[in-house]
Design a protein around this ligand. Structure first.
Ligand code: ADP
Length: 687
């Protein structure tokens, strides 16, 4: 009990460990895949963000380069205004023309060396309320720029400043001051005013500002002028680039709004996500598949355990052989039967160790026939095997072809039954049957003893009277004591011889009667032999006649001519005949019956001259058999007679059936019963 609980606990722990390991493995796999997928999505997002950022940086650098190039071009155009020392009017015309073409410029002034405005031109696009006084002030932005230009002897820019437009609005402006020189002397200045907003509008490529916002900012981040797209998206990307000009430095900043990195920022992320979904789906399918496989495995293990239990509990030996005759499987019952272990048997082909050495050749031939493809009989066949200790035992073998799952014939499966016990029981029952028959015979003899005494009385009485007569003859004095024999003497001697002859005959008769009983009781040879039907009748007739005489029954025998001898155990058949005859005579034991005749008849069965069977019938004209008796007629120990044993008919039927024949009865017309049985004709004499 304790060990059973322990093994049960062990099994539980094992199962739990297995389940835990399986689950932890699956969890680890799921966590890893999830981590990998989120890393991939994150990396894809980051990659895309970095792509956006670097594009923005590139755009900003491009925009700065564009602005720088345009400013340089403008510088050249401004210098061109003074080429060839133009008059004031011509300058104004050229300057107005230039302002029309370059929208980023809002005003151009020609100043003298003291920075006073000689003349100026205004952009036609944008009205600005300039205050000349302020502009000419020494602290004005233009003045600071010109001071720088003077110092550098090259064009210089001012820092930006806010210029109101007079209509409540205003914009950020920047001055460019270009010194005009003649013969190495500064003769004046050209001051051009840029609108920073227009710089962005006109000098930065439109495709750059369409998608993102461009602005000039101060180094501290204050926005000076801005241009660009409306804000879209959730995330802002920013790039800044310095635009350093002589005298000032501006910062160009570009802002871009992106929906990145949302869940599906771009194709890459979408791809990764799709792959992740596919991966998860595959994993789910795998898990399901795995679960199904586990279930199938468990079912299979159950089925295997069931099969194993079944095989182990079988008392029938099982053995499988492949088409080459090698043993591929044996069950425990087979091993126990032959006494060899499975290891000793598996793989054996020719000369299996359980074949008795003297029968190896026969068995090998049988095996060859089997492998040639003949199907063995369904009811099996008997054979003899040898145990490991050398003892032999009979087996019943039932063989069937082994067909695999693909329907191919792969070998033979044989089932073995150890029939030694069955044989022993058969032998026992045969012996007890014989004993029973002997008993029945002795019972018959017992019955006959009274008949015998009656029958022997006659010869014995005759013997004694003849003997007395003989003695009397011997004791009577001779008529003539001497001399040759007188006629009286001769007659005396003749009488004496006759009396002695009668004594001898009667003694012989008595001896015959006794011998017939003796023969009947003692003769017991098993063997079947060929016996003419007449001989069978002759053997029982003396005994039948004994009883017949007592009951006043006449006995008729009819033997069809040309009958073949029958193949039988003569003692047994004689007993059957005797039994039937006795029953018949007992049925006629009624003094009121007019003619009591017992007919014993032998003829061909089914009135066929060539029949292999011979039919015996015993007919009486007795009481007949009422139905309630007929039902139980062959039941052992059933009898209607007080002194009867009830074994006769049941034994008769057994004997006849052992010979392969049939025993039955039918009513006889006008009265009485016919008992009929058949016996095989001697096969040696069959036509
Ligand atoms: P037993 O002769 O010892 O009674 P049997 O088995 O020979 O046992 O017979 C069983 C019974 O069958 C008999 O008791 C008798 O009643 C009946 N029987 C057998 N043969 C005949 C027959 N020829 N006619 C009428 N009854 C019969």
């Amino acid at each position: 009990m304790k060990s059973r609980i322990k093994s049960h606990l062990n099994a539980l722990a094992r199962r739990w460990r297995g389940a835990w390991r399986r689950w932890s493995l699956w969890t680890a796999l799921v966590v890893l895949v999830a981590a990998m997928l989120s890393t991939l999505v994150w990396l894809a997002g980051r990659y895309e963000a970095s792509q956006v950022q670097s594009r923005l940086e590139r755009d900003t650098a491009d925009a700065v380069a564009d602005i720088r190039a345009a400013l340089t071009r403008n510088l050249q155009s401004l210098q061109a205004l003074h080429a060839g020392d133009p008059g004031q009017l011509a300058w104004e015309v050229d300057a107005a023309e230039l302002l029309r073409n370059r929208r980023e410029l809002v005003r151009i002034e020609w100043r003298d060396a003291d920075l006073r405005v000689r003349t100026h031109a205004q952009s036609p696009y944008r009205p600005v309320a300039w205050e000349v006084r302020l502009r000419e002030g020494s602290q004005s932005d233009a003045a600071i720029a010109c001071a720088t230009a003077r110092r550098l002897s090259s064009p210089a820019y001012s820092s930006s400043y806010f210029q109101p437009h007079g209509d409540g609005l205003g914009s950020e402006m920047m001055e460019l001051c270009m010194p005009l020189t003649a013969k190495g002397r500064i003769t004046g200045f050209l001051v051009a005013t840029y609108s920073l907003h227009d710089v962005l509008t006109n000098l930065v490529a439109h495709n750059l500002t369409r998608r993102q916002e461009a602005s000039f900012t101060e180094p501290d981040g204050t926005r000076l002028a801005a241009l660009g797209a409306a804000r879209r998206g959730s995330r802002m990307f920013t790039a800044q680039h310095l635009l350093d000009l002589p005298g000032t430095t501006l910062v160009l900043r570009m802002d871009s709004w992106h929906s990145a990195p949302s869940l599906f920022p771009n194709v890459l992320t979408a791809l990764v996500t799709a792959m992740s979904i596919a991966l998860v789906t595959v994993m789910v399918v795998l898990v399901r598949d795995n679960r199904r496989r586990l279930r199938a495995e468990r079912d299979l293990a159950d089925a295997l355990a069931f099969r194993k239990a079944m095989e182990d509990s079988l008392v029938t030996g099982l053995r499988a052989r492949d088409l080459q005759g090698r043993i591929t499987y044996v069950n425990p019952a087979f091993c126990a039967m032959v006494g060899f272990s499975a290891q000793e048997l598996l793989g054996q082909s020719a000369n299996a160790p359980y074949w008795p050495p003297e029968r190896v050749e026969e068995y090998r031939q049988r095996q060859a026939i089997r492998f040639a493809g003949t199907i063995p009989p369904r009811e099996g066949f008997e054979s003899e095997f040898m145990r490991k200790d050398g003892t032999r035992f009979p087996v019943l073998i039932i063989e069937a072809p082994l067909i695999n799952a693909q329907g191919q014939h792969t070998g033979w499966m044989s089932a073995f039954l150890d029939i030694s016990e069955q044989r022993r029981v058969e032998e026992l029952s045969r012996a007890s049957q014989e004993r029973l028959q002997a008993t029945a015979r002795l019972a018959t003899v017992g019955e006959m003893a009274s008949l015998l005494s009656h029958e022997l009385n006659q010869p014995l009485a005759a013997i004694s009277s003849y003997a007395t007569g003989s003695i009397n003859l011997l004791e009577a004095p001779p008529a003539e004591p001497a001399g040759p024999a007188s006629p009286a003497q001769a007659e005396q001697l003749r009488d004496l011889r006759m009396a002695l002859q009668h004594i001898a005959r009667q003694a012989e008769r008595a001896g015959k009667v006794i011998k017939s009983v003796h023969d009947f009781v003692r003769r017991r040879d098993q063997a079947r032999e060929s016996v003419p039907a007449q001989q069978l009748l002759d053997a029982i007739l003396p005994l039948v006649i004994l009883q017949a005489r007592k009951l006043g029954v006449r006995v008729h025998t009819q033997v069809e001519p040309g009958l073949p001898p029958v193949w039988c155990d003569r003692t047994m058949v004689e007993q059957v005949l005797l039994n039937l005859a006795r029953n018949a005579m007992q049925a006629m034991d009624d003094p009121a019956l007019p003619a009591r005749v017992l007919t014993l008849r032998v003829r061909h069965a089914a009135s066929n001259q060539h029949s292999a069977w011979v039919e015996f019938s015993v007919t009486d004209v007795g009481s007949g058999i009422p139905p309630e008796v007929a039902e139980r007629l062959f039941t052992p120990f059933f009898t209607t007679r007080r002194e009867g044993m009830g074994l006769g008919l049941s034994m008769c039927r057994t004997v006849i059936e052992q010979h392969g024949g049939y025993l039955g009865f039918a009513p006889h017309e006008p009265r009485g019963t016919v008992f009929t049985f058949t016996l095989p004709a001697d096969p040696g004499t069959a036509p």
